[in-house]
Design a protein around this ligand. Structure first.
Ligand code: ATP
Ligand code: MG
Length: 635
């Protein structure tokens, strides 16, 4: 089928379209009604159907592919690789589920999972799904305070953690962070289940509260735990957004809609048939990790590679080596990850046999042209930008090589995927924009299967945050976009990332893109700072590639020249700083508001999701010293 016909049908005849797709998964009771749209902006998919994510991910494959690898958990931190078949995964998850039952976990209970990217994190998630418990994975790199906030929101019956994670060869004990979070939290769970990796032999335990998983695992080695069938719209999990723009939102996902959307995406978007392999470099703590490290590939009968380690550890060839070893067909990574590799020798892209690899998908951030070109030219593979949000749960904009691959337009994540009726509208009037004109990207309800059903225990915030921006009921993505004459969408950054220079509205993304075309620049962030004369002027922060020895003042001047050359004098940066690193969230997204706050001496808001607080300290010092180019001085 061609893309246009399939997509048209998905939005014009949603019940017919999704009714057919429902057959991609196993239902214990088939849905009675495909769509209940009677209470917008809420909607219910596959009403009355009962199913289970764990059953669809594991049990359903036991006859056809028991000895196929389900999960390959590779850690370049510990040097351990674990190859786990569907049969073994079934065993491990049943054992884990029995252990959870012994700790009193049942249907509807929340379970917070705070773990590194290891196999047990996957077992824990699937065990919760098996029991109908609602997992809430908190990224293992978050600090105690972030964890405490999420605990208080989710009010879990249990917290599952590992003794420690590792990053760049350094052991990071998790347990002290958990202890601190539980001291801070008001809704601390009564029990903590600990997976000991032997990384922190001196770990403290709290008697009566902390339980060692090894003991329960041995006890329940032969357990068989029946799956709990859930109505399609019951919650499967909670996942908090990255918090790039403010307080994280507890995105709530359903069961049936999510399973169907993932199953459909595996074949059409990711072009993966059962038995084929995906390397997704995300982490189970993120939405991409939930959908394409765990549930999507397993529901699709594929092999999923889970990776614990740096993109460059032990060397920058690691991802390509994994592609060769496991015959990876589809790779899924992020622009941030690729930019890390881009700082290194491009020869690494040529060292391994990538003949099985067909597609490299990238999501999470705007994919800048230089990074796109570096990767597609260096590997000779098709690089596919795809756009989504924690809220959508799967790509909302993408090309679909498994269905009908349209030509790639660099910088564009392509077209709406199934069920997404998108529009680009004027932020003030709500009028639809003409092709080529910039506006806010919105989705007309009903949101397709797989998208969030609400914000955990806060229907009002769901309504207000996403649907409260326009006179009519529209889901606002809070991202700028433009659609070109061929129907391709381009994402131009977040709606709060716009600056106003002498009456001209400039997207920080456009300025960043022009700076990034300079060969010496590795990464760049642009924010608007107040200017008496012009209202705002762009402030540029950039890092340079490894091996660049030029005087930072020369590089900074080259950046200024480039911006003026490409965007005109109106976009001339007020100041340019060459810095060692940019402030990013733990999910690898630029935290522009922290730069802006430093420049203006204002309140930066929640900084607890920052990856490396030192980066901000270095920037503070750089600002105090004065810019490498431009007249604007520190506040
Ligand atoms: P919060 O909503 O809490 O501020 P967040 O928006 O960073 O956090 P995520 O859901 O992880 O949390 O990120 C989704 C956002 O990432 C999108 O709204 C968009 O701004 C950006 N994004 C994702 N994929 C792409 C892409 N392919 N191109 C451009 N931007 C992208
Ligand atoms: Mg967001």
């Amino acid at each position: 089928m061609d893309y246009e016909t399939a997509w048209r049908r998905s939005v014009d005849e949603p019940e017919a379209f999704w009714g057919e797709q429902a057959r991609l998964i196993h239902w214990d009771t088939p849905p009675q009604r495909i769509l209940d749209d009677s209470e917008p902006p809420f909607r219910r998919w596959f009403v009355g159907g009962t199913t289970n994510l764990c059953h669809n991910a594991i049990d359903r494959h036991l006859d056809a592919r028991p000895d196929q690898l389900a999960i390959v958990a590779v850690s370049t931190e510990t040097g351990i690789t674990r190859e786990i078949t569907y049969r073994e995964l079934h065993r491990e998850v049943n054992t884990f589920a029995a252990s959870l039952q012994e700790l009193g976990v049942g249907k509807g209970d929340r379970v917070v999972i705070y773990m590194p990217n290891i196999a047990e994190a996957v077992f824990a998630m699937l065990a919760c799904a098996r029991l109908g418990a609602i997992h809430s994975v908190v990224f293992g790199g978050f600090a105690a305070h972030n964890l405490a906030l999420r605990i208080d929101d989710a009010e879990p019956a249990l917290l599952i953690c590992a003794d420690a994670g590792m990053r760049g060869g350094k052991v990071i004990p998790y347990k002290p962070l958990v202890d601190a979070a539980l001291r801070e939290a008001k809704a601390a769970p009564p029990r903590v289940l600990i997976v000991r990796r032997g990384l922190d032999p001196d770990m403290d335990t709290v008697p009566g509260r902390d339980v060692d998983y090894a003991t329960l695992r041995a006890k329940h080695a032969d357990a068989h735990v029946p799956v709990i069938w859930l109505e399609s719209n019951e919650p499967s999990y909670l996942l908090y957004t990255s918090g790039t723009t403010g307080r994280p939102k507890g995105v709530q996902r359903d069961v049936g809609g999510y399973a169907v959307a993932l199953a459909l995406s595996m074949t059409t978007i990711f072009d993966l048939q059962p038995g084929q392999t995906i390397l997704c470099t995300s982490d189970v703590g993120w939405a991409v990790g939930h959908s394409y490290n765990v549930y999507g590939p397993l529901i699709g009968g594929c092999t999923a590679i889970l990776y614990e380690g740096l993109p460059t550890g032990p060397d920058p060839g690691i991802w390509w080596r994994l592609c060769e070893t496991y015959g990876v067909r589809t790779m899924f990574s992020s622009p941030t990850g690729i930019r890390v590799l881009k700082k290194q020798d491009a020869e690494w892209l040529k060292k391994y046999d990538l003949s099985a690899l067909k597609w490299i998908f990238l999501a999470g951030e705007p994919l800048d042209q230089p990074t796109y070109a570096w990767l597609s030219e260096g590997t000779g593979k098709t690089v596919i930008d795809n756009y989504w949000q924690t809220e959508t749960g799967w790509p909302a904009l993408s090309l679909m090589p498994g269905l009908d691959l349209k030509p790639v337009k660099p910088g564009s994540p392509g077209f709406p995927t199934f069920g997404y009726r998108m529009r680009v509208i004027d932020e003030a009037t709500g009028e639809e924009k003409a092709p080529g004109e910039k506006g806010v990207l919105v989705i007309e309800p009903p949101l397709p299967p797989g998208c969030l059903t609400t914000i955990w225990r806060d229907d009002e915030r769901y309504r207000r945050s996403y649907f409260g921006h326009f006179k009519t009921l529209l889901y606002s993505s809070l991202d700028w976009a433009v659609r070109d004459a061929d129907g391709y969408y381009f994402i131009l950054g977040r709606t709060d990332d716009v600056i106003n220079v002498a009456g001209h509205r400039l997207g920080t993304r456009e300025i960043e893109e022009s700076v990034a075309t300079l060969g010496a620049v590795a990464e760049v962030a642009v924010v608007g700072v107040t200017d008496e004369l012009k209202g705002q002027v762009p402030a540029v922060f950039a890092t340079v590639k490894q091996g660049v020895t030029d005087d930072p003042r020369d590089v900074a001047q080259a950046m200024e020249r480039r911006v003026v050359e490409l965007l005109g004098g109106v976009a001339r940066p007020g100041c340019v700083y060459v810095v060692p690193a940019l402030p990013k969230t733990r999910s690898g997204k630029l935290l522009r508001r922290s730069l802006q706050a430093l420049m203006q001496g204002t309140d930066p808001g929640d900084l607890s999701t920052l990856d490396d607080p030192n980066a901000l300290e270095d920037i503070r010092r750089a600002i105090a010293r004065g810019p490498h180019c431009g007249a604007r001085q520190a506040p």
